[in-house]
Design a protein around this ligand. Sequence first.
Ligand code: ATP
Length: 220
Amino acid sequence: MIGIFGGTFDPIHYGHLRPAREVMNALGLSEVRFIPAANPPHRRAPQAAAEDRLAMVRLAVADQPGFVVDDRELRRGGPSYTVLTLEELRAELGPDVPLCLLIGADAFAEFETWHQWQRIPQLTHLAVVHRPGSVVTGDSRTWPAWARGRACRDPNELAATSAGRIAFVAVTPQDISATRLRERIARGESPEDSLPPAVWRYIAARRLYSQSQSLERHHP
Ligand code: ATP
């Protein structure tokens, strides 16, 4: 089963990387594909340029067995609808390969706002991971109504079919958010414990998210 992890990754941090590793181990995924979004439909434009976000994801996974980077959403351009990415992957991999989309509990709670969201469970399983602060937990009564009938108690059952089930995977909570990281960096802090060292070096060398960099970007 192949794991798919989309996000803005602005920047990528341990709140992405550690749950991804734990899900990979829990579900026996053959790989996890990190897919940075070009133009996320649901939120403000990313602060860092697409090539910087991609470079940071590459640095973060470089020494991580089984983690790979897929830059298709950046190459494709336009809105990075997950459904389009999944349709492409299905066309490439065929109908029988089990796929599993990794999402945080906060993203799962607002899943019905995603473009053609009903189509997504036809293309992939979902592995939902705990995110501190989210009301969605492993108890499927806290899940959106549409998802409850798809609940899979034993995550090992996912690989038996190619799509359509939802498992909540228990992971070590990581109270890290990219928004808070950007704010801390802009204040001059060095949140090195929340990111891989190579990613922090990249941010520091390019002065990403620093106040002067944001001013340059907003008032060129
Ligand atoms: P922000 O903190 O600004 O909301 P983010 O890190 O959530 O940013 P993305 O990079 O788009 O933004 O997140 C990609 C995916 O990673 C989403 O499914 C999100 O729920 C999940 N995620 C992000 N941070 C965590 C975390 N600390 N724990 C669990 N899941 C997370």
